[in-house]
Design a protein around this ligand. Structure first.
Ligand code: B16
Ligand code: MG
Length: 219
């Protein structure tokens, strides 16, 4: 029986990706690395340090910098990102999400956030939906990033539920992989090809309908 919903944040509840990718692109340029659109896109859903390491790899600069220098680069990117987050408002909630959260509330479903972003509480506060959630996984406590199931297992634990009692929502391929590895029902938001592993796929958040998703979940 369905008892809870677990959400990725970026790309599912709001489109903060444009700020992440913009800030990474600026940093890459400063380091003399020109990222292709596909390389930039591959950073979606990936943690801050993993993103930086990937960028350095794309630029063949894997061993060029010390850990300390890398921390500085990551902090610089984050400063830029946080500046953009400060301008976010509830209007930045993606289409269909407000209704989905309201429908879930009216069914007394528990809700949690499984985002790799250390800025998730800040973003949820700007969107004015922080109080909707019963739990937010702290990514600083994780040992492995998506596609490892750890973050989805933790979110489910926070809600005190079993894997067959939750539906999880993701826009990134690595995220859908993580949900399936956690044994949960996955709703993919985006490309059918990329998110083929998901149990239910919609092209964008405006097509999310809790009743229809539940019917698929109960099959
Ligand atoms: P931060 P999600 C992810 O959020 C973003 O998609 C990814 O681009 C970002 O690098 C990561 O969070 C870490 O974010 O630097 O704020 O800790 O999709 O898991 O909600
Ligand atoms: Mg995402």
């Amino acid at each position: 029986m369905l008892k809870g919903l677990i959400f990725d944040l970026d790309g599912v509840l709001t489109n903060s990706a444009r700020f992440h990718l913009g800030a990474w692109n600026d940093l890459a340029k400063e380091l003399g690395i020109n990222l292709t659109p596909d390389q930039l896109d591959s950073l979606r859903g990936i943690s801050r340090m993993d993103s930086l390491n990937l960028i350095l790899k794309y630029g063949n600069q894997e061993d060029k910098y010390s850990e300390e220098q890398k921390e500085e680069f990551a902090a610089k990117k984050n400063e830029k990102f946080v500046e953009q987050v400060g301008k976010m408002t509830p209007d930045d909630i993606l289409p269909g999400i407000t209704k989905l959260l309201a429908d879930a509330k009216s069914q007394n479903l528990k809700m949690a956030i499984a985002s790799a972003s250390k800025n998730a509480p800040k973003i949820l506060t700007r969107l004015n939906i922080m109080d909707e959630f019963d739990g937010i996984v702290d990514p600083a406590t994780l040992h492995r990033g998506k596609p490892d199931p750890e973050i989805y297992e933790k979110a489910q634990e926070l809600l005190g539920l079993e894997s067959n009692e939750v539906i999880s929502f993701e826009d990134a391929q690595a995220g859908v992989e993580a949900i399936k590895a956690a044994g949960q029902f996955a709703v993919g938001i985006g490309s059918k090809q990329l998110l083929a592993q998901a149990d239910y796929i919609v092209p964008d958040t405006s097509k999310l309908n809790l009743k229809e998703i539940e019917t698929a979940f109960n099959k």
